[in-house]
Write a protein that binds this ligand. Structure first.
Ligand code: AOF
Ligand code: ZN
Length: 367
């Protein structure tokens, strides 16, 4: 990790507090410092609202101040919804700007820093770079590849099963682990599951951190190539959008019923037994979906791993053994040799009650 000054840490904390809520814009934090004291803090508002720098300067003014910001300030470009931050900064009289990370958005990409320097403002880059990068992984991947950032989640027994052979899965992990899942659901843009999960569990797939329905709900994306789920499934009645990804294998009458239930349909090509995921993710990325929290089941996670789509893994492991024909967390062909297996990069381990959470990064993309 990079060096982080205490002021940049405050800016990172402000950004973390609005993570996901600004999507498809990045979640950014800014701190105005005058005479060594914090004079104002701002974070990005939801799309169309104030950027972090503008919010921090509005509360503090800028004259004779330093501004700490977790992402390069933006510049004018066509289609922009808010006033460029470089203008707000120059007008405010801030003399020094400390930036954690360059903005990879093709509209900005270095222009913000250059613009401020040309106007005589001192700009330092790199304080808290690694932390800002980690926090913005979904945004960075999306702006670099136009694809969403995919997090694969499963809750498994010690022997890697997510349900008994008869499909019983409630509950493998305990309350603290399940609450962590709801915290994650609350900031991502979409939750992804297969039709098998909807048929087996009829889940709500809403974000309920601390037991209360979150004010912002992620979209629910169901993969259903053959048109198996019922238009009466719970997901269609919950707050937030539901998207059903399907193919020409599903009956037109079923598609109509699903659309009447309020869902958006994305038609994809086939890929073996399922949906062409490259196509689906390109479509979701084009719709401004930055992050996907993939909850399974095993067939879906298998396809995601095998297609190279998974960027991050959250594996909750409970002290229980299911054995026998219990359903695997990740199905599909699997790795033939260990050097083909998906080994996590930078793995971390956390204890949650009597469960453990193993996290890490996979896939070809890294920031
Ligand atoms: C910043 N500070 O807090 C954020 C930035 O349509 P607009 O006006 O909201 O601009 C969106 C772009 O601004 C977005 O694609 C990204 O490049 C940048 N986001 N920039 O200076 C912020 N959220
Ligand atoms: Zn801006």
């Amino acid at each position: 990790m990079s060096q982080v000054s205490p002021f940049m840490q405050r800016a990172l904390d402000a950004a973390q507090a609005v993570r996901g809520y600004t999507s498809p814009n990045p979640w950014v934090g800014a701190v105005v410092v005058r005479e060594g004291e914090v004079a104002g803090i701002g974070a990005t508002s939801p799309p169309g609202g104030a950027h972090a720098e503008a919010a921090a300067l509005a509360s503090a003014g800028g004259h004779g101040s330093d501004l700490y910001v977790t992402l390069e300030p933006c510049v004018p470009f066509e289609g922009k919804r808010t006033r460029p931050c470089v203008e707000a900064i120059l007008e405010s009289g801030v003399g020094r700007v400390v930036v954690a990370l360059e903005d990879p958005d093709p509209h900005v990409r270095g222009k913000g820093i250059a613009h401020l320097r040309e106007a005589g403002v001192t700009v330092e880059v790199g304080d808290g770079r690694d932390e800002a990068r980690d926090l913005l992984r979904p945004y960075l991947k999306h702006r670099q590849t136009e694809l969403p950032y995919v997090i694969a989640k499963f809750a498994a027994s010690l022997d890697g099963r997510v349900a008994t052979a008869s499909g019983d899965s409630k509950w493998i992990t305990g309350e603290p682990a399940r609450d962590r899942v709801h915290e994650q659901r609350a900031w991502v843009d979409a939750i992804l599951v297969g039709s098998g999960t909807v048929l087996a569990d009829d889940p709500a797939l809403t974000a309920r951190p601390g037991g209360a329905l979150a004010s912002r709900q992620p979209a629910r994306v169901v993969l259903d190539a053959r048109g198996r789920i019922s238009p009466a499934a719970r997901i269609f009645g919950e707050p937030g959008h539901t998207i059903v990804a399907t193919s020409c294998d599903a009956r037109p009458a079923w598609k109509q019923q699903i659309a009447s239930a309020g869902a958006q349909i994305i038609e994809c090509d086939h890929d073996g037994s399922g949906i062409n995921l490259d196509q689906l993710f390109a479509t979701l990325g084009a719709r401004g979906i930055l992050s996907i929290w993939a909850e399974g089941g095993g067939t879906v996670l298998g396809s995601l791993f095998e297609g190279g789509h998974v960027d991050e893994v959250w594996a909750f492991i409970a002290p229980v053994i299911i054995g026998g024909d219990g359903l695997p967390a990740v199905a599909g062909e699997g790795a033939r040799a260990l050097d083909e297996a998906w080994r996590l990069r930078q793995p971390t381990i956390e204890v949650l009650g009597t469960d453990v959470l193993v996290r890490g990064y996979t896939g070809a993309w890294s920031p």
